[in-house]
Design a protein around this ligand. Structure first.
Ligand code: ADP
Ligand code: MG
Length: 354
């Protein structure tokens, strides 16, 4: 497998849509790398430029250091899997998987052996003679995957490949795809708009917004240290406060003062910070527990039972609305709407945003 370098790549479509805008990223050999962002942010366009189906308007794409920007798609040795599978409906499973090998002019015996191995890899042995319509959605997706890996691609490109599957099957396929990728040591570029999917599967994630890359990092970095407001907001639930620095504190209005993390205690001006809901602890309202800058009083507005955890929407005394998530420790410990509560957090858990 190969490394991929995307260097200052832009794509302006006919008609002037700037779909991708000066994107730069380095995808490492053997890495599960996701492009994550909302619909229309340029994920598919980026992937299609890596595949060679679209030409960049500017910039270069390198594979293992070699410039492939102008190499045609069929000479790039890349496998691609699409959301809609794109199988040939009138051909059997074996014929579908054999397609890329026949294009490459392999002899019959090696094609048969490779098809057999690829189908075993995706656990479809025995279904060689079926047609796509005789398979479930998950099985069709496995055929598409077998067809992509059978050519032993340098890179596997997947565009929302699990989007059409229901949740249970999707989670199973997430697990299997990740297993297969690690087993084969494949460099895999995975497009998704689903942040949970990206967090669960990726070695690293590029979060995209409006044709640009907002942040590249491991799932933990993206979640724990979002660098921009967009990333903090897009990944998971979060509380974002904007305010003015006053010494080591941030005045966010409505009577709420937040003590800044020790590393941020210097400086002036306006600042935005994020605080994850699970970084706030809740207790029954207590006036003795209040510490300026790291606690507040509020009232529970509503609760959202998540199973392993409970998400509370709370209105603070000054009017700020805050999300708080607590582990589900059993029914006797749950708060209900109308309860007065005290919120506490650690200033070091505030993340300063750009
Ligand atoms: P995503 O995959 O993240 O949803 P796309 O890469 O498909 O985003 O699209 C990015 C932007 O480019 C969108 O505004 C989309 O409408 C536009 N776009 C995509 N393909 C074309 C095309 N062939 N011609 C013109 N505009 C396009
Ligand atoms: Mg897309």
């Amino acid at each position: 497998s190969a490394s991929i370098e995307i260097a200052g790549v832009s794509k302006v479509y006919d008609g002037g849509v700037r779909a991708v805008d000066a994107v730069a990223m380095d995808i490492r050999q053997g890495e599960f790398f996701s492009l994550l962002g909302p619909s229309g942010c340029g994920k598919t366009t980026t992937l299609r430029m890596i595949a060679g189906f679209e030409m960049p308007s500017a910039g270069a794409i390198r594979v293992d250091g070699a410039d492939i920007t102008h190499v045609p798609a069929h000479k790039r040795d890349m496998g691609m899997v699409f959301q809609n599978y794109a199988l040939f409906p009138h051909r059997t499973v074996a014929e579908n998987v054999a397609f890329g090998l026949r294009m490459r002019g392999l002899d019959k015996a090696s094609i048969a052996a490779k098809v057999k191995a690829a189908l075993a890899m995706v656990e479809l042995s025995g279904l060689e003679a079926r047609r796509p319509a005789q398979l479930s959605g998950g099985q069709q997706q496995r055929v598409a995957l077998a067809r992509a890996i059978v050519i032993a691609p340098r890179v596997l490109l997947c565009d929302e490949p699990l989007g059409a599957l229901d949740k249970k099957l999707r989670q199973q396929m997430q697990f299997e795809l990740k297993q297969l990728q690690k087993k084969l040591g494949l460099t895999l570029v995975f497009v998704t708009h689903d942040q949970e999917e990206a967090l669960a599967m990726s070695d690293r994630i590029a979060v995209m917004n409006g044709g640009r890359v907002e942040q590249v990092g491991t799932p933990a970095e993206i979640y724990n240290q979002p660098t921009t407001r967009f990333v903090a907001d897009f990944i998971g639930d979060t509380n974002i406060f904007r305010g003015e620095r006053i010494g080591p504190n941030l005045d966010v209005g409505k009577g709420l003062i937040l003590a800044l993390p020790p590393t941020e205690a210097q400086g002036i001006g306006v600042l935005s910070v994020a605080l994850r809901p699970e970084k706030i602890s809740l207790s029954p309202r207590s006036d003795t527990a209040i510490t300026a800058g790291s606690s507040a009083h509020g009232t529970v507005e509503n609760t959202n039972f998540l199973g392993g955890a409970v998400l509370y929407r709370i209105t603070l005394e000054g009017g700020h609305r805050v999300l708080v998530q607590q582990p589900n420790a059993g029914t006797s410990r749950l708060f209900v709407p109308g309860n007065g509560v005290t919120l506490q957090w650690t200033p070091a858990d505030l993340v300063v945003l750009k």
